[in-house]
Design a protein. Structure first.
Length: 258
């Protein structure tokens, strides 16, 4: 598989079946197709039938990820939503812990999600997602996410940005703090995923700190516009090429240093 050239997996987020078909045309250049509904928030949930249609539209060997929303502190409600996503064909289930103000609340929500998802499909991956700009919305601290994921039995910890106003991941959580997030996730045996208006120029840093998954939308849309622009296969291919270049340079630097 192409991703073996780089340890960093590329997650692309179409918001419709038509965009997913464009992702399918660029399937050689991406690793995970993520289903969300941007007009309902950073991790806005799309409809179950859209998840099913996107699952059918892309190659069978490409996993589908689905967001279940920027969720409130309502563990039962969120667990049902997560079950709906996995039943609809997603194998990565992402939960935006928007309404959780303490780690204990976040663990409570994620434990319900993990049970609901794993009871239905044990091999599905559950992703506890927080926000680099948590200070703007009053939710849990970004660096608490790896421990929340570990305590709840989740498979990955992720950071995105809650407010899509042009600011980016590194504007709120600088690279050295992202590196600490990745380190904590890896120490807990988790995958570490980073997103939030990530651009091609961020890839060298994301590679250096050992990120496992990078999530993008705007960077592969026309005009860099996640809302008005549309995902284009040529932009996906260009982004992957830059990922691979950064991976080669990083590997060469590590080899030279040793």
């Amino acid at each position: 598989m192409r991703w073996k050239e780089s340890a960093l997996l590329l997650l692309i987020s179409p918001d419709s079946v038509d965009e997913a078909l464009d992702c399918a045309k660029a399937a050689d250049h991406l690793d995970i197709v993520d289903v969300k509904k941007p007009d309902e928030g950073s991790l806005g949930a799309n409809f179950p039938w859209v998840i099913r249609e996107i699952r059918e539209a892309i190659p069978a060997d490409k996993p589908v990820s689905a967001t279940v929303g920027d969720v409130p502190y309502k563990p039962g409600t969120v667990a049902q939503a997560a079950l709906g996503a996995v039943v609809s064909g997603a194998t990565y289930i992402k939960v935006g812990l928007y309404g959780c103000t303490t780690p204990e609340q976040a663990v409570d929500v994620m434990r319900g999600v993990v049970r609901a998802v794993k009871d239905h499909r044990p091999d599905a991956l559950v992703v506890a997602s927080g926000y680099a700009d948590a200070h703007r919305i009053g939710c849990v601290n970004p660096l608490a996410l790896p421990d929340i994921a570990r305590r709840s039995g989740s498979d990955a910890a992720m950071l995105d940005t809650a407010v899509k106003d042009g600011t980016r991941l590194f504007d709120h959580v600088p690279p050295e703090v992202c590196a600490e997030f990745v380190r904590r996730a890896h120490e807990a045996g988790l995958l570490a995923a980073l997103a939030g208006s990530v651009k091609a120029e961020d890839l060298a840093e994301l590679t250096r700190i050992g990120t496992d998954i990078v999530g993008v939308r705007g960077a592969v849309c026309e005009g860099g516009d996640r809302d008005a622009g549309r995902i284009r296969p040529k932009l996906v291919a260009a982004f992957r090429a830059e990922m691979d270049r950064c991976a080669r340079e990083h590997a060469a630097a590590v080899s030279a240093a040793s």
